[in-house]
Ligand binder design. Structure first.
Ligand code: FAD
Ligand code: DLZ
Ligand code: SF4
Length: 516
């Protein structure tokens, strides 16, 4: 009797805990394309195509290496549509002595896996996912008893644990833990990044693209611009190009936005890391090497490492600590429906239109677009967290709930009331103007604060601050802002509030059928 090893769609590595130490002779690997996972939100077409193609390529790689892989395709006529249904059928087919599965990345799926020991007759072992630097118990130990879970302090622990950018005396390289202040250069006129490698779909990907077009034709997004890496080799090509061509400027322009430049100096590695095609710690070690060999400056390398062993690890720990409540928190009581333009890009606000265009074309937008344009607008317009969460989970090819939800709910929408962020990331048009070239050609005027033609971010910002005064006034990082508000006087304040309401009245709510 073999051991049955189910491998989920984002566990695509041979170094998975459930494969470690197993022999090819007594193992059957199970991979499942299932309707439940493809539809629990209406994922962007590229996201489904990426996951299915990467799964099929990984299955082929395992088979070539001599493993037995039982691969269930979406259109297999017996496919039950769920992980549990498919595991049950596989147990009937293979009569295994045990099932060994690595815990799921998402809470929803993990609940399902935890039902398996009771449901199935054979032994079921659920193994920790050790593809992270910090285990879940380790994060909880760190978090226990802390009032605020600041990423910066967690990050320092991870630096010490990994030894990344720690000098011979145990001190942070260059004397500082964090060079965030050197990651905020506004874009220069004509700033352009080198093209990243674009992968033409091979036969496997073309089959999957046809399948997605046929089965998920009404989902958002286009498949024509599908160029994602779908194998470890392709992901490595992207890494190589990033390290040589982009990393040196990654630090300076981490927060910059340029119209039509969809990825600037970002790595475009999140899809591959999240799928399991790349190992995050290994990437950080290689980035550190780029620094020690003089190929990239410290502000770039530290910034990149901070995103991965800092933010990425931190949000994962945060997710498991606060689920399931994190999904329904709504500290600011935001209730407005998501505007239709989030699904179409059809808005005169140029910053939003460009960020949404990139999202629809590529199933990707870079971090500062997600945070300070798309997220900031949702925050200050008071959009319902559930709508916003579903949107982010659906549209990005790298979106899995464990990483999407803490970023969207806690970081962007402040739904947790400040467990993650020390203040809401609310900003007026001024910030976007400083960090991008969007405003110059926008139909709205960023310098106009209220009335016809004024940048909507300006009035929405003050409406947001006014509405949440009671909560935010005590916040030492924000409180002083209210001096400016009070100085305006009641008439001017009323103009801001009226402008904001007039703009909000023009927003058309998203049509049914997109969200869950
Ligand atoms: P780079 O800028 O090159 O960064 C390098 C790597 O650092 C990324 O590949 C990623 O693995 C990691 N990273 C950077 N920032 C974060 C972060 N805040 N949280 C976790 N990891 C991070 N990332 C996802 O992988 N999936 C998501 O669903 C997701 N949703 C987000 C939603 C919002 C509202 C925000 C503000 C951020 C979100 N992020 C998400 C984080 C980040 O925007 C993406 O990881 C990044 O844009 C991916 O592009 P890149 O690989 O070029 O990143
Ligand atoms: C997102 C996704 C999609 C679209 N389809 C599948 C699938 O058919 N089979 C699969 O194994 N995983 C899929 N995934 C990923 C899962 O929804 C989920 O995000 C991961 O299993 C992490 O818990
Ligand atoms: Fe966006 Fe306002 Fe600038 Fe237009 S003027 S691009 S809406 S920030």
């Amino acid at each position: 009797q073999p051991i049955l090893v189910p491998i989920l769609g984002d566990q695509l590595t041979r170094d998975l805990a459930s494969l470690r130490g197993r022999t090819k002779e007594d193992t059957v690997i199970l991979m499942m394309e299932v309707w439940d996972e493809a539809t629990y939100v209406k994922h962007h077409k590229q996201k489904i195509a990426l996951i299915f193609s990467a799964m099929r390529h990984f299955a082929a790689e395992l088979e070539d290496a001599g493993w037995t892989v039982d691969y269930v395709t979406l259109t297999d006529s017996d496919n039950s549509g769920s992980f549990t249904g498919e595991a049950a059928r596989a147990i009937e087919r293979h009569n295994p002595r045990a099932v060994h599965v690595v815990e799921a990345g998402e809470w929803r799926v993990q609940q399902t896996l935890e039902e398996w020991p009771d449901k199935f007759d054979c032994e079921v072992e659920i193994l920790p996912d050790d593809r992270f630097v910090c285990s879940i118990p380790e994060f909880n130990d760190w978090a226990e008893g802390r009032k605020q879970l600041r990423m910066e302090f967690f990050y320092r622990e991870m630096r010490k644990k990994t030894g990344l950018l720690i000098d011979g005396d145990g001190k942070p390289e260059g004397g500082e833990w964090n060079y965030d202040s050197e990651n905020r250069k506004p874009p220069k006129e004509g700033l352009e990044a080198p093209q990243r490698p674009l992968f033409e779909p091979d036969e496997t990907t073309r089959d999957v693209i046809a399948l997605v077009e046929e089965q998920f034709g009404d989902h958002v997004g286009s498949l024509e611009s599908f160029h994602w890496p779908v194998t470890r080799e392709e992901a490595e090509e992207t890494v190589a190009a990033f390290f040589t061509e982009r990393l040196p400027k990654f630090g300076d322009y981490q927060d910059a936005m340029v119209f039509g430049q969809d990825d600037l100096f970002h790595s475009m590695l999140s899809t591959s890391i999240n799928l399991g095609l790349l190992d995050p710690l290994d990437l950080c070690q290689r980035a550190e090497q780029a620094y020690t060999q003089g190929n990239a400056p410290l502000n770039a390398v530290e910034g990149f490492i901070r995103q991965i062993i800092g933010w990425r690890e931190y949000v994962r720990g945060f997710y498991w600590r606060f689920m399931p409540g994190l999904e329904s928190d709504n500290a600011l009581n935001a209730q407005r429906a998501l505007p239709e333009f989030y699904w179409t890009g059809d808005t005169d606000m140029r910053c939003l239109a460009d960020s949404i265009r990139s999202t629809l074309d590529n199933a990707h937008a870079h971090h500062i677009q997600r945070l300070m344009v798309l997220g900031n607008f949702a925050l200050i317009a008071g959009i319902s967290p559930r709508d916003v969460q579903d949107w982010y989970l659906a549209v990005y090819a790298d979106a899995y709930e464990w990483v999407e939800l803490p970023n969207v709910a806690a970081m962007v929408l402040y739904t947790d009331g400040g467990k993650l962020a020390s203040k809401p990331y609310a900003a007026s048009g001024n910030y976007i103007n400083k960090m991008s070239n969007y405003c110059a050609d926008c139909k709205y005027s960023v310098s106009k604060k209220t009335g016809e033609g004024a940048c909507p971010f300006n009035a929405l910002y003050w409406r947001f601050m006014d509405r949440h005064r009671e909560r935010l006034e005590q916040n030492p990082r924000i409180g002083r802002i209210y001096l400016n508000w009070d100085r305006m006087g009641e008439d001017r304040q009323a103009e801001y509030l009226e402008s904001a309401e007039a703009f909000l009245d023009t927003l058309e709510p998203a049509k049914d059928g997109w969200a869950r």
